[in-house]
Design a protein. Structure first.
Length: 148
């Protein structure tokens, strides 16, 4: 099932790229159903915090603690500190990552906090990010809070 939901996250990443943003997508799954989806919209909405995972959680709306405990968060890219923190806050127990070659968030910390972290290293995700970073390095470094 991971490939089906990762494909949906990739569709979100492609939507973000088509809208002039950073190609990172995310879906939240509970009981094999997508309950939220989103993509990085920092550029499109001029937001300092609207990463794909944050957009996805926002679009899922209010959920109960029991819902979050059953949820799996899919992201095309390893979640950053902010997005990992949101997953920890809501006690999302499983995160499936499309790739961590172009960026690696606090994966060891997530595992230490008992998050089941699965890294797929999907070639589609890797290619999407590598091409974006090559073509838009300034936007990429802005997104991860680094200087060029």
């Amino acid at each position: 099932m991971h490939d089906i939901f990762l494909q949906e996250a990739i569709k979100e990443a492609e939507l973000g790229l088509a809208a002039g943003g950073i190609p990172i997508g995310s879906v939240l799954v509970i009981d094999e159903q997508i309950v939220g989806r989103g993509h990085n919209q920092r550029i499109q909405k001029g937001s300092p915090t609207l990463h794909a995972e944050m957009d996805c959680l926002e679009n899922a709306g209010r959920l109960t603690a029991k819902d979050y405990a059953r949820a799996t968060l899919y992201s095309t890219l390893s979640p950053c500190d902010m997005c990992s923190g949101a997953a920890l806050l809501y006690k999302i127990s499983r995160i499936v990552v499309g790739e961590n070659h172009t960026f690696r968030g606090p994966e060891a910390y997530l595992r230490a906090r008992h998050v089941d972290l699965l890294i797929i290293n999907d070639e589609r995700c890797i290619r999407l990010m590598r091409e974006f970073i090559e073509n838009q390095p300034a936007l990429w470094y802005e997104d991860i809070g680094e200087s060029m």
